[in-house]
Ligand binder design. Structure first.
Ligand SMILES: Cc1cc2nc3c(=O)[nH]c(=O)nc-3n(C[C@H](O)[C@H](O)[C@H](O)COP(=O)(O)O)c2cc1C
Length: 258
C-alpha cells in the first residue's frame, strides 16, 4: 500500500461517516500541499525528511508567562535530543468558536472555513509537524477559552491529518483544576489516534505570577521527562521499517438513538 492509499484509508476512517469529507478532494489537496510523494512506505500522512519536528502551542494570552516557561523547558530538552521545535503563541487576538456549520467537511481541505484567526495557521503547522504539545493556563479548572475554541476547530476540521502524531497537553495553574484541564485536552488527542505522552507525574506546572513556574522544580523536571518520552517515541515511530497501524476500512458511527 503506498502513501496515497494509506492516506485514503486513514482519512476515511478518521473522518468517519458523520463528518466525512470527500476523500478524493482531501487527497488532491494533500498532493498540492506536497504532503504526498511517490513513496511506497506506508507511514502517516507527513513526509519524513531530516529531524522530527514538534509544534508547541502556547494557549496563554501572556506570551512570557508560566505556560511559556513550561513549554520552553520542553523545547530545550527536545532540542538537546535532536528534535526540531517551533513554539506558536496564540496571544491576545480574538478567536472564533466552532459553529458546527460542517463546511470544513465539504471543503476538501484541512482547516476551518473561517480564515480570520490563528486556527488555520495551527492546522498548517500541525500537518507539517510530527508531534504536538499544547500548553494552557488553567482558568476556572479548565483550559482557557481561546485555546479550547481553537483546538476544537483544529480537531473538528482536520483530525484526519493529525492521527498517529504523538501529543501532550500541559496545564499550568496557581493551585487547582489542572487534572480536569488535562483531561479536556486529552479527549481531543485520544479520539484522533494520537499517542498521548505522559511523564513522571501528570503534565502540570505550578505558578501564578509570570516566571514563578521556573521555581517549581518538580514541574520543570516533569516537563523535561515529558520531552524525553516524546523524543523517544518519535525515534521509534520514525525508525526504518516502522509503519503506522492500518485501521478497519469501515468506521462504525452510532448516535445511541438509531
Ligand atoms: C480567569 C482566570 C482563571 C483562573 N483560574 C484558575 C484556576 O481555576 N486554578 C488555578 O490554580 N489557577 C487559576 N488561575 C491562575 C492561572 O492559572 C495562573 O496564574 C497561571 O500561571 C497563568 O499562566 P500564564 O502565565 O501562562 O498565563 C486563573 C487565572 C485567570 C486569569
Amino acid at each position: 500500500m503506498d502513501r496515497r492509499d494509506f492516506l485514503k484509508k486513514t482519512a476515511m476512517v478518521a473522518a468517519g461517516t458523520a463528518i466525512a469529507a470527500p476523500v478524493s478532494a482531501m487527497i488532491s489537496h494533500a498532493e498540492s500541499a506536497g504532503i504526498l510523494e511517490n513513496e511506497t512506505n506506508p507511514q502517516p500522512a507527513v513526509v519524513k525528511t531530516g529531524k522530527p519536528k514538534v509544534l508547541l502551542v502556547n494557549g496563554s494570552p501572556r506570551p512570557d508567562g508560566n505556560t511559556f516557561c513550561a513549554l520552553s523547558e520542553i523545547e530545550t530538552q527536545l532540542q538537546k535530543l535532536g528534535v526540531e521545535t517551533e513554539l506558536l503563541q496564540i496571544g491576545q487576538k480574538p478567536v472564533r468558536m466552532c459553529i458546527n456549520c460542517g463546511a470544513c467537511h465539504q471543503s476538501g481541505n484541512p482547516g476551518c472555513v473561517f480564515d480570520d484567526d490563528l486556527c488555520n495557521t495551527i492546522v498548517k503547522k500541525m500537518v507539517e509537524s510530527d508531534a504536538l504539545v499544547v500548553g494552557t493556563p488553567v482558568y476556572y479548572g479548565q483550559p482557557n477559552g481561546g485555546i479550547l475554541s481553537l483546538m476544537q476547530r483544529v480537531f473538528f476540521s482536520s483530525s484526519a491529518y493529525l492521527q498517529n502524531k504523538p501529543a501532550a497537553a500541559v496545564a499550568v495553574c496557581r493551585r487547582g483544576g489542572a487534572t480536569a484541564t488535562l483531561q479536556t485536552m486529552n479527549m481531543m488527542f485520544e479520539m484522533t489516534s494520537m499517542p498521548v505522552i505522559g511523564s513522571q507525574y501528570w503534565n502540570i506546572v505550578y505558578g501564578r505570577d509570570k516566571g514563578e513556574a521556573k521555581l517549581d522544580k518538580e514541574g520543570m523536571q516533569t516537563m523535561r521527562t515529558l520531552a524525553s518520552n516524546m523524543a523517544w517515541l518519535l525515534e521509534k515511530i520514525h525508525a526504518a521499517g516502522s509503519s503506522a497501524p492500518v485501521r478497519e476500512k469501515q468506521r462504525e458511527v452510532t448516535n445511541f438513538i438509531r
